[in-house]
Design a protein around this ligand. Structure first.
Ligand code: ADP
Ligand code: MG
Length: 501
């Protein structure tokens, strides 16, 4: 229905020619305000979003561009001419001079500024892009902005490029459906479920590695795992004597297992740690010293054997690793109910250790290891340490890691400035040449900008991002990208539906 257009009429404002200046000025002012009123009244009502359009997906600006003075229209912007190179210009306004990443890679969506398709493949960029030193990705954003949806899309689409997908810990159980759809495998772990994983499983020796080297490597991995588990439960660093005790207990357990033709188990290590005489005898120490030092360790590892994780990681694995399957995920969603994060964190550690050692074959092709909800492990320096040493290896193995967190300050939670935890977290950030930033809370913008070295324009852009839209920093290059979901993907990845169900 057309809105009747109100008219501005000037007749009541008529002033005789001989009126004094003050009256004339008042009349003029009244006329101006009446005209403005009429103009506003005649404007069509503000456009509302149609029922079919997700308000989260609305464009940031109207088709006419930015409103207000920032639009730089109307000829009011007068600046003295300034010459600079395109390199400097791209620093001053990073989105203007962006030439794109080429056309090789996995389709993600569209580049919002260039209005072109945006494709990405960490292995295709390797060696082509200055400063692109590793294939790892950090993805940060508040809940519900589509981080998991992006990770799942990349996973599903990457399979067509010959990648294999591994999700070592899925605390919400949302990846199982993706694995099923791709013809992959899911291992569900939890009380009452039959699945068991032995994190001390020795991976098969890759071609080219000598038996002796591989033995040392496996031992190192097992020690690192035992150390992380103990540190997580004890919430402190280990003393030198405790490291020795772990060493000795592991060697004893392995020797015993090899003699019997079995694989060592966590429970057996805990058992040896609980027998002071045995430890002292094996290490040749003065009686009582090492055994005494191992008391805390024995109690810490007991949690893996008798506590809330009883049996899950203290038995021979019930599944064999299938290197030919396109995807494998470990569903830990049945573990998280108690409110205590430690059980989940310990389970995440064991599950990722088991999977990472299964991935030690450099000839297995390109693989993507996705750590969804990784912010949960950020507070535990021991886990970060394990993760970082795994990442260092992964480059040579053809593995790209993707870590999903909520905010950049999750990285700062690992410790105070200058602490080891902080150094580890910052190292992990350096190990991600690709950083994808989804919307951040206003109070998080500063730390995000500082940690990632964002410009003012980028920081402002991050605060205004809508669902599925992110700032991609690829080795210092910047893109605002809208991730597009196929209707079938949308159906599969819908985490909202489950929330309201
Ligand atoms: N690009 C997108 N377009 C449309 N819907 C999306 C997009 N990304 C995510 N969604 C939807 O938003 C919801 C939340 O996404 P999710 O990936 O679970 O968020 P996060 O992992 O960041 O908490 C899901 O139901 C998903 O289907
Ligand atoms: Mg998620």
């Amino acid at each position: 229905m057309p809105v009747p257009r109100p008219r501005a009429t000037a007749s009541p404002l008529y002033t005789p020619r001989k009126a004094d200046r003050r009256t004339r000025r008042t009349a003029r002012e009244q006329f101006t305000s009446a005209r403005e009123q009429a103009w506003h009244a005649s404007r069509p009502p503000a456009r509302t979003t149609g029922p079919g359009v997700d308000p989260q997906l609305r464009a940031t600006y109207a088709p006419a561009g930015r409103p207000g003075p920032a639009s730089a229209r109307g000829g009011h912007l007068k600046l003295p001419p300034h010459r600079m190179t395109t390199a400097t210009a791209s620093g001053a306004y990073p989105f203007l001079a962006e030439g794109g990443l080429g056309s090789q890679g996995i389709y993600v969506g569209y580049d919002v500024h260039a209005e072109g398709a945006f494709v990405y493949d960490p292995f295709a960029l390797y060696g082509k892009l200055d400063g692109f030193t590793n294939p790892n990705i950090l993805l940060a954003g508040i809940i519900g902005m589509g981080k998991s949806a992006l990770a799942k899309s990349l996973a599903v689409r990457a399979v067509a490029f010959g990648y294999k997908i591994y999700v070592p810990c899925d605390p919400k159980g949302e990846w199982s459906v993706v694995a099923r759809e791709l013809g992959g495998q899911t291992i569900a772990l939890g009380p009452g479920l039959p699945g068991r994983l032995n994190p001390l499983d020795a991976p098969s020796r890759p071609r080219g590695a000598s038996a002796e080297d591989w033995r040392t490597e496996v031992r190192k991995r097992r020690l690192l795992l035992l150390g992380s588990l103990a540190k997580t439960v004890l919430r402190r660093e280990l003393h030198p004597m405790e490291h020795t005790a772990l060493d000795v207990a592991l060697d004893q357990t392995v020797a015993h297992a090899e003699a019997n033709g079995t694989t060592p188990l966590l429970g057996q290590v805990a058992h040896v740690l609980g027998y002071p005489q045995q430890l002292d005898a094996a290490a040749g120490e003065t009686p009582g010293r090492l055994g005494h030092a191992a008391e805390d360790l024995a109690h810490a590892l007991r949690r893996m054997v008798h506590g809330d994780l009883e049996g899950l990681f203290d038995a021979p694995s019930t599944v064999a690793f299938d290197a030919a399957a396109p995807m494998l995920s470990i569903d830990l969603s049945r573990l998280g109910g108690t409110g205590d994060d430690t059980a989940l964190v310990l389970a995440m550690t064991c599950a990722s250790a088991w999977m990472e050692s299964a991935l030690a074959d450099p000839d297995a092709g390109r693989r993507w290891v996705i750590y969804d909800e990784a912010w949960r492990v950020m507070r535990h320096a021991a886990l970060l340490e394990r993760m970082q040493s795994q990442w260092k290896l992964s480059r040579g193995l053809g593995i790209a890691n993707m870590m999903v967190i909520h905010r950049l300050s999750d990285l700062l939670a690992a410790g105070d400035a200058g602490s080891r935890g902080r150094a580890l977290a910052e190292g992990l950030l350096t190990d991600c040449s690709t950083r994808i930033i989804y919307r951040q809370e206003a109070d998080q913008l500063h730390s995000a900008a500082t940690l990632l070295g964002l410009t003012g324009v980028e920081t402002q852009a991050v605060s205004a991002l809508t669902k599925g839209r992110g700032l991609w920093k690829v080795a210092g290059r910047s893109f605002i990208t809208q991730h597009l979901l196929h209707p079938r993907e949308r159906e599969l990845f819908d985490t909202d539906a489950r929330m309201y169900a």
